[in-house]
Design a protein. Structure first.
Lengths: 168, 417
């Protein structure tokens, strides 16, 4: 619970869930299966409930496969906090209701696997309780906040009848 | 003046838009396939809403990722899709009709000025049609497009890619595409950094410009508009010849001189020497690498010109005994054209297996591979394990693939011409 799993830059959706496994009923058991050899990840998929993913730049590059997002929800990931997201991945995460956050640009993030984190959404802070450090998060865009609050894009459309009305 | 992407989108929306703006746009085409329809069908059914009647004719569904379906699960997906579409009056293609983007481009279904929303990140491909623009989206958002006929997205900021020169013998537009990928990855990364303050999820479009671009057919442009996704851009368009461009409208300008082009090879990620996502090298750096299996396939590299070049190289010869080679045309129409020209016969006589149109081995649902095998593919992605099995995948042009087939090792095609 509340543990960090740390990833470097440019993690692809292929590494998250490979083409040959994405269609399986129990696909979430195959997350990071081969990539782990390269990523040197200690990640144990049966112990991730209530944890966070912490990543570098461009988390989720490549294919738009939705299960690269849903798989994280299935293994209990509460949120992904990254330096930046690949556009389609970030967009899909919001559409499906997986919370995403971005570190403020000037933050030097020093979080390790297993650090206990606390997410303060109101003040846009991530607190590393293990290292006694905290990091500011970028303010989330209005549209993203609306959709996440609504529980994803389909629920939003069901409730409001249309896409979010955009404020200029 | 605005970039060309701003122009296309402003015209489509009927008002001026600027990069970074979140806009809701009517979709001229809503395209999904057997890799993504599961999520879309589930989301549509759970929503309890019906697909509006004016949206139905704009939807096209393809069976390309599992074509033909090789196990019961894939068979079931195909029949579920068939039932869903029949019930709602949605046009669905058969297994073997070909890859979604390739069909939509080759048959001229997508027209200039149209906005194409695809449940496949290579929806960027339709930028091969001058004035058309395409994006890939996740399944849930595509379901929302089914239910509303519209899509919410961020207007991209553009990078101008200016081409000049002529392709040297032994190279083609797929080499050009890999070379473009080689140049653009770091530029897209830098532009993303610079947009961080302006856009929460920065959106970037590549604009291909210059005399070579103007003289290409739509299918010749497919390597560029599909590989654009691998640069980590979000869309790609062809700027029409004669259109003036103002460099101030672009975050970056990249010049590509095709006359310097050599056959390019994207090496397997396990054999990269750098940290870049796709490491592209000149063929001479990897010549001699033993290859077990070769695929001429995918929305990036399985077109008429690809197979014409392969047939020219393999004509009257046999491929190496130890090499398995498969040719999987991007669409059924292409397959028929190749058949009429005698190319498929030439390939078969050379020892190539010619298969029905579809995505082929690219996404690991067909023609699975053994661990530690060395593979060539004329496609856009070689992520570790993507094609099934822990194999080493090299991405090359059809020319390099054919030359390699004759020797059993990666071979510079310029040696044979």
């Amino acid at each position: 619970m509340n543990k960090a799993w740390v990833f470097s830059d440019n993690i692809s959706t292929e590494e998250i869930i490979r083409g040959p496994n994405v269609w399986r009923q129990d696909y979430h058991k195959y997350l990071f299966d081969i990539a782990r050899k390269d990523l040197n990840q200690a990640i144990q998929l049966d112990s991730t409930r209530g944890d966070f993913f912490v990543a570098g730049k461009n988390f989720g590059i490549g294919s738009s496969r939705q299960r690269a997002v849903e798989g994280l929800i299935l293994i209990g990931i509460k949120a992904v906090i990254a330096k930046s997201f690949a556009t389609v991945y970030g967009d899909t995460a919001v559409s499906v209701g997986l919370p995403i956050y971005k570190f403020s640009r000037d933050e030097n993030v020093d979080i390790d696997d297993g650090d206990i984190l606390e997410l303060d959404e109101d003040n846009l802070l991530v607190i590393d309780q293990t290292k006694h450090k905290h990091y500011r998060l970028m303010p989330v865009s209005n549209v993203i906040r609306e959709v996440l609050k609504g529980g994803g894009i389909i629920r939003y459309i069901n409730e409001h009848g249309d896409w979010p009305q955009l404020k200029k | 003046m605005g970039s060309y992407i701003e122009e296309i989108l402003s015209l489509r929306l009927g008002r001026k838009v600027v990069p970074g703006e979140d806009a809701v746009v009517p979709c001229d085409w809503i395209v999904a396939h057997d890799g993504t329809m599961n999520y879309i069908m589930k989301a549509v059914e759970t929503s309890g809403r019906s697909i509006p009647t004016d949206v139905i004719p704009r939807i096209r569904i393809f069976r390309d990722h599992s074509s033909p379906p090789l196990n019961e699960d894939f068979e079931k997906i195909h029949s579920n899709m068939g039932e869903f579409c029949a019930e709602k009056g949605i046009r669905i293609y058969q297994s073997g009709d070909g890859i979604s983007h390739s069909v939509m481009v080759d048959e001229g279904i997508v027209e200039p000025g149209q906005f194409y929303a695809s449940a496949d990140s290579h929806g960027t491909a339709v930028g091969a049609i001058p004035g058309a623009i395409g994006f890939g989206f996740g399944g849930e958002k595509m379901a929302a497009a089914f239910l509303t006929g519209k899509m919410l997205f961020t207007v991209p900021k553009s990078i101008l890619v200016r081409f000049r020169g002529e392709y040297p013998a032994g190279t083609d537009t797929l080499d050009g595409g890999f070379y473009m990928l080689r140049q653009l990855q770091t530029v897209v990364d830098e532009v993303r950094e610079s947009l961080e303050g302006e856009m929460y999820l920065p959106s970037i479009g590549l604009e291909f410009y210059g005399e070579p671009v103007s003289s290409h057919t739509s299918l010749e442009m497919m390597p560029y508009t599909t590989l654009a996704k691998e640069t980590n851009a979000d869309t790609a368009v062809r700027v029409p010849s004669g259109k003036g461009v103002d460099l101030d409208d672009y975050s970056a300008v990249v010049d590509i001189d095709l006359s310097e082009l050599q056959p390019q090879v994207v090496v397997p990620p396990q054999r990269r020497k750098t940290k870049v996502a796709f490491e592209v090298r000149d063929v001479e750096e990897v010549e001699g690498q033993v290859i077990d299996k070769i695929y001429v396939q995918s929305c990036t590299g399985a077109y008429d010109y690809t197979f014409a070049a392969v047939a020219r190289i393999l004509g009257g010869r046999r491929i190496q005994q130890e090499v398995k080679m498969l040719a999987i045309p991007a669409t059924r129409m292409i397959e028929e054209r190749l058949m009429k020209k005698g190319y498929l016969e030439t390939l078969r006589q050379a020892g190539v297996s010619v298969c029905g149109a579809g995505c082929g081995a690219c996404i690991g649902r067909q023609y699975l591979t053994q661990d530690n095998s060395n593979i060539i593919s004329t496609s856009s992605r070689n992520g570790r394990g993507r094609m099934g099995g822990d194999s080493f995948v090299y991405l090359t042009s059809g020319l390099t693939a054919a030359a390699t087939a004759l020797n059993g090792k990666i071979t510079d095609p310029r040696r044979l011409i």
